[in-house]
Design a protein around this ligand. Structure first.
Ligand code: PEP
Ligand code: MG
Length: 901
């Protein structure tokens, strides 16, 4: 039988190799503190192994354990110089139940085990404080009876009340020892009446009863269901720690507090925390804010407050010592009893994303960790919260409803109740909030053009929430107090009615819906966050580009550190208001001549858009994708819109409707789109290529920075497709060079988003300067799952454990990933210097980025707000790979703490 009980005292602790498992988190932590020679109350922990032994022994605690408990108590008596049931200095224990991870439903702590009718008098006499001694005894009786006999604490209130009336004392508790004694004997009688046996007077029996009841709490319904829910094995078991009582609630020389090793507002080393004197709440006296260790806030400074009753320099030193041990900011629970300081528990401190960044920088400055370790300490996705707009001044804002914070950030805009309205208003340059009862895949375009999304129904994993997070838009879901009457176009909040076009603000970080606009602050990469980004840039190998079409997106991405544009979806440029008619004319034209006329109208728009993007990117690579989506996406929908467009074009409604019907496809995503459009209508490529080349020359002239445009062909499956389109592009390049008398450097590459393109990657690489893996379409085509319909059932797949994560958010490493790796290998075989990147949504997902690093891609491209996330994630991936090659234990001390901490 392994050792059942492990003892600890300042300076020494019996710590098994599996401390966390055997001693539980509390026991293991106390043992660690003791081993580090920090002041802990002496005590011992009964292991989970002993619990297992007891669980298989019916009725009562195994004899061996009873003997071992007796031995441990004897040891503790020797260490403390106190004795269980002693006529002087009686030993009292605090008994705490713990497990590897905290489990609700386990036994609560029982304090003052060892108090009985005799020892209470001894303590009262020794301290000269009967009130304190009996108050403790009363609490012990109640918690013992609650745990061991299952007597509800509320029942004692009636007993207490009855005694107050009979005893004739008026205060909140008895004033004299005599009155306390009467109360205690009434408690005894009540317990015996309800439990059928008296509360044991023998301290060792008390302790054994508490241990036995604590062991049984493993089987409480709450603990059971928690274990089922969290997959905690039934035989994991609990441990019980008993340590000498600290009289922390007695007087102004005692108290309870929590101390941290850093000031979380600055990330600097400083003792901070709070302390409550003698039983008062621990928030009453804060200390140490802002001051470095050594210049601690003076407890007396607050005027009326008494001074901190223990050695605060020692506390600061202990906390700093623990921080150095963990290599991270720590939080410590401590107690002071009669001016003596004890540490009860320590942990790596919880922190908000902003605090995490400040602390990581602070730890580097203090040389506790290195830059790489600082990067690894940050959860890249948590940066999302720091990088979205926030409301600056909330004072005068009128909150009209509250829903779930589904996607972070705040946004103001005019209400639009339909995707069509949202697109129209956005096309006119207005900021829009899309308000729906719930969203569906066809709302995606409306969501894209909106500043934010509000839904009346749905949770944080509803379609709206998932899509909004994916595209980085603020979103509030489940705002049930609001009513949306879609038919009448009314949003009501109580007596207030809002219609389309009225302005609201949503805060996707708090879930609030606010009437009217609000002042918003755009985040920036300043201060510690900027420094962390510098660290990341030094550590990463992959380049981080952005997916951007508009100047605003391109500027935002540059400010977030994007190193070029990896995907400019040109079709998005045509969705804007003044361009849609020309685009429609092009699509609806019956012949090439008509298309060329419409395209001639579009050329200047495209050219000026590209000039602007090239200028913003100032010489960084810009990848422009030729027209990709099925053309029907641009056409009017519904009778009213068709009638409107027909009259605009001066044609009959019926003729327009016929033309639209002809363009309709059963399966547009697999239909006439991508390079297939370019092959059917080469004039589209010609105009787009011309716009790109002319813009490059223009931008170069204006800024002086060399522009090397990258033209990307979408949805290639056959090498011959790329040959065909590339030939058109090259022709136009020659023409423009001849016209302008200027040479042009450019690249032509392709998206890789079809399985056939992967299989033929070696052949396709013969003509492609670069590949960009389009993991949105690639996932769609590899899985055979429509990306627009996937949300309807993939969440069920996740819930039922069929897939771990939505492959449209995080790359499916085993399937899609394996194919990407094959494509990379084949491409490099043909063309070792081919540039390889990814531009699907997964390009901004940290887990996917780790995979792309392993696969050796050259860059990832993601939405602007994701760029900092990607910079950190790419750095983490590179660091992890280099550590796995070099082995652990590089510069930083990191989290190399032994088990059980
Ligand atoms: C892709 O398919 O991954 C991609 C980036 O292109 P889109 O999302 O525009 O189809
Ligand atoms: Mg695609």
């Amino acid at each position: 039988m392994a050792k059942r009980i492990h003892t600890f005292r300042q300076g020494s602790a019996e710590r098994p190799a599996d401390a966390l498992e055997a001693l539980g988190s509390k026991g293991a932590n106390l043992a660690l503190l003791a081993a580090l020679d920090l002041p802990v109350p002496p005590g011992f922990t009964i292991t989970s192994g002993a619990w297992r032994e007891a669980s298989s022994t019916p009725n009562e605690l195994p004899a061996g354990l009873r003997v071992d408990v007796g031995t441990a108590v004897k040891w503790l008596e020797d260490v403390t110089g106190r004795v269980f049931d002693g006529a002087t200095r009686p030993l009292l224990l605090a008994v705490r139940t713990g497990a590897r991870t905290p489990i609700p439903g386990l036994a609560e702590t029982v304090l003052d085990v060892g108090l009985n009718d005799r020892t209470v008098e001894t303590i009262a006499a020794e301290l000269g404080d009967a009130g304190f001694a009996f108050r403790s005894y009363r609490r012990f009786l109640e918690s013992f009876a609650g745990l061991v006999f299952g007597i509800d604490g509320a029942e004692f209130e009636d007993v207490f009340e009855a005694e107050r009336l009979d005893g004739g004392w008026n205060g909140v508790e008895p004033g004299e020892a005599r009155e306390w004694r009467r109360l205690v004997s009434r408690y005894h009688a009540f317990i015996e009446e309800v439990a059928g046996l008296p509360l044991p007077q023998s301290p060792i029996e008390q302790l054994l009863s508490v241990v036995e009841a604590s062991f049984s709490s493993w089987r409480s319904p709450l603990a059971r269901s928690f274990r089922t829910l969290h997959g905690i094995p039934e035989n994991a078991g609990l441990s019980v720690t008993a340590h000498a009582m600290i009289f922390n609630e007695r007087d102004m020389n005692s108290g309870t507090g929590r101390a941290r090793s850093r000031d979380f507002a600055t990330g600097r080393a400083a003792l901070t925390g709070e302390f409550g004197f003698g039983g008062r709440s621990a928030t009453e006296t804060r200390f140490g804010e802002g001051g470095p260790i050594g210049e601690l806030a003076d407890f007396a400074r607050a005027g009326a407050e008494p001074a901190f009753p223990a050695d605060i320099q020692a506390l600061a030193a202990h906390v700093a010592r623990l921080e150095a041990h963990f290599g991270d900011a720590v939080e410590v629970d401590f107690m002071v009893g009669d001016s003596e300081l004890f540490l009860l528990q320590s942990r790596v401190a919880k922190r908000s994303p902003a605090e995490a960044v400040r602390i990581a920088i602070g730890l580097v400055e203090d040389d506790l960790i290195d830059e790489d370790e600082a990067i690894l300490r940050i959860d890249p996705t948590s940066l999302d919260q720091l990088l979205h707009p926030a409301i600056v001044n909330r004072d005068s804002l009128q909150v009209i409803g509250k829903g779930l914070p589904a996607s972070p950030g705040a946004a103001s805009g005019a209400i639009a109740f339909t995707t069509e309205d949202a697109r129209r208003a956005a096309g006119e340059g207005r900021a829009v909030i899309l308000v729906r009862n719930e969203t569906h895949p066809e709302d995606i375009h409306g969501m894209h053009v909106s500043e934010g999304i509000l839904t009346i129904r749905g949770g944080t994993t509803s379609h709206a929430a998932v899509v909004a997070r994916g595209i980085g838009k603020p979103c509030v879901t489940g705002a049930g107090a609001l009513r949306l009457d879609a038919a009448r176009g009314l949003l009501t909040a109580g007596t207030l009615s809002l219609k389309a076009g009225d302005t609201i603000t949503i805060d996707g970080s708090s879930g609030e819906v606010i009437l009217g606009g609000a002042e918003l602050e755009r985040p920036s990469l300043a201060g510690e966050l900027a420094r962390l980004m510098d660290f990341a840039d030094r550590a990463r190998r992959m380049v981080v580009r952005t997916n951007a079409e508009t100047p605003a997106e391109a500027r935002a991405a540059r400010a977030f550190g994007a190193e070029g544009i990896g995907l400019c979806r040109t079709e998005h440029m045509f969705f804007q208001g003044d361009r849609v008619p020309a685009m429609r004319r092009m699509i609806l034209a019956p012949d090439e001549k008509g298309r060329r006329e419409a395209l001639a109208e579009l050329l200047p728009f495209q050219r000026s858009d590209f000039v602007e993007l090239f200028e913003i990117m100032a010489g960084l690579p810009v990848t422009i994708r030729l027209l990709d989506p099925p053309l029907h996406e641009f056409l009017p929908k519904g009778e009213a819109e068709i009638a409107e467009v027909a009259s605009q074009f001066g044609i009959e409604e019926r003729v327009l409707a016929d033309r639209i019907a002809k363009l309709e496809e059963f399966n547009p995503m697999l239909g006439h789109r991508g390079c297939r459009l370019a092959i059917s209508h080469p004039e589209i490529v010609e105009v787009q290529a011309r716009a790109i080349f002319e813009a490059a020359i223009e931008a170069e002239k204006r800024s002086g920075a060399a522009v090397v445009p990258e033209i990307m062909v979408p949805l290639v499956g056959l090498k011959a497709e790329l040959d065909f389109v590339k030939a058109r592009v090259d022709e136009v390049a020659q023409l423009v060079m001849a016209e302008r008398g200027q040479s042009l450097d450019y690249r032509v590459g392709t998206m890789i988003e079809l399985p056939r393109a992967i299989v033929r990657a070696d052949a396709i690489a013969e003509v492609a300067d670069f590949f960009s893996f389009g993991t949105n379409d690639l996932t769609q085509t590899v899985f055979g799952i429509s990306r627009d319909d996937a949300a309807n059932f993939l969440s069920t797949y996740e819930r039922k454990g069929i897939i771990a994560r939505d492959p449209f958010q995080s790359v499916d490493v085993e399937g899609v990933g394996e194919l990407i790796a094959l494509g990379v290998e084949k491409a490099r075989r043909t063309r070792p210097d081919i540039v390889l990147g990814v531009c699907g949504e997964q390009g901004g997902d940290p887990a996917s980025i780790a995979f792309f690093e392993q696969t050796g891609l050259d860059y990832v491209s993601c939405s602007p707000f994701r760029v900092p996330v990607a910079r950190i994630a790419a750095a983490q991936a590179a660091i992890r790979i280099s550590r796995s090659l070099k082995g652990p234990g590089v510069k930083g001390r990191g989290r190399l703490a032994p088990a059980g901490e």
